[in-house]
Design a protein around this ligand. Structure first.
Ligand code: SF4
Length: 274
């Protein structure tokens, strides 16, 4: 589809490579406007231009001066057979222009929910066939067996799939508590060597844990390679005073030789005699 702009009814230009609007179609501005008036449309504003649909049809556009339709346009399609010397009106419609305020595209409910949307009292069921979950196994009823089985995933109707675990691990690794964060880069050591680090159970044991330090990432899953200044091995700088300034050492005295200033002639005689 090519776009043609019209400065006046007799002046027509077309963009490179576009289908040229035949003059009989380009000149049908008033035919298009009259069609809208005949249909009882209101708010027909300034003429905006014409768009070639193909060799036989073109769409004329008018600004729509309608409350609540900022940027919308009236569009009228006119047509003329190659051998015809008359145009006919095919259809009209109110369409959004490039600056129109329109509703955002429809997003299914399950795709609209984002991490962090869950509020107290909300229920968020997993999607059918959620790839993050796979079937677990029914508990046996024997508490001794079930206690162990539950720890490794038995007894739950579904457990996290390998795909789900890998995705979670990647998010945590790349996130705020991963090794690439500014905090981790400036940390004296890593979480895996910290006394506040509580490793996860299961297959994520080697890579992740929960921080138990209320002054750090308390209660958050942290990468084993993450770290922060509240690491249990953090030592305060030795010495007193502010580390921002060098301490003044008043024990270091520079001895400066002073010239003789005595004016007592007797003392001078005594010195020369000696
Ligand atoms: S205190 Fe810092 S280094 Fe220690 S586990 Fe928590 S986040 Fe990691």
């Amino acid at each position: 589809m090519g776009v043609v702009s019209i400065a006046s009814s007799s002046e027509v230009t077309s963009s490179a490579g576009s289908t040229e609007v035949r003059p009989i179609l380009a000149d049908a501005v008033e035919v298009a406007r009259a069609a809208l008036n005949d249909l009882g449309e209101v708010g027909i504003g300034a003429y905006l231009g014409v768009t070639a649909e193909d060799e036989c049809a073109a769409t004329h556009r008018f600004a729509a001066d309608l409350p609540g339709y900022h940027g919308w346009q009236w569009a009228v399609v006119v047509a003329a057979d190659p051998d015809s010397d008359a145009v006919t009106v095919s259809e009209s419609a109110l369409l959004p222009g490039p600056d129109a305020v329109i509703a955002p595209g429809w997003v299914p409910w399950e795709e609209r929910v984002r991490p962090g949307d869950l509020a107290p009292g909300d229920l968020l069921a997993p999607q059918t066939d959620d790839p993050r979950l796979v079937p677990g196994y029914v508990a046996t009823g024997d508490p001794e067996i079930d206690d162990v089985a539950y720890e490794v995933g038995f007894g739950r109707r579904q457990v996290m799939s390998r795909e789900g675990r890998l995705a979670a691990a990647q998010r945590w690794h790349d996130g705020e508590f991963g090794p690439e964060s500014e905090m981790a880069k400036a940390a004296p050591s890593i979480c895996a060597l910290c006394g506040f680090y509580l490793p996860l159970a299961g297959s994520l044991h080697a890579g992740f844990g929960v921080c138990g330090n209320e002054f750090a990432a308390d209660g958050r899953v942290v990468d084993a390679e993450y770290g922060c200044g509240a690491h249990s091995d953090t030592e305060l700088p030795t010495g007193a005073g502010s580390p921002a300034f060098e301490a003044y050492d008043d024990a270091a005295i520079e001895v400066v030789e002073q010239p003789q200033t005595s004016t007592n002639p007797n003392q001078q005689d005594l010195q020369s005699t000696n």
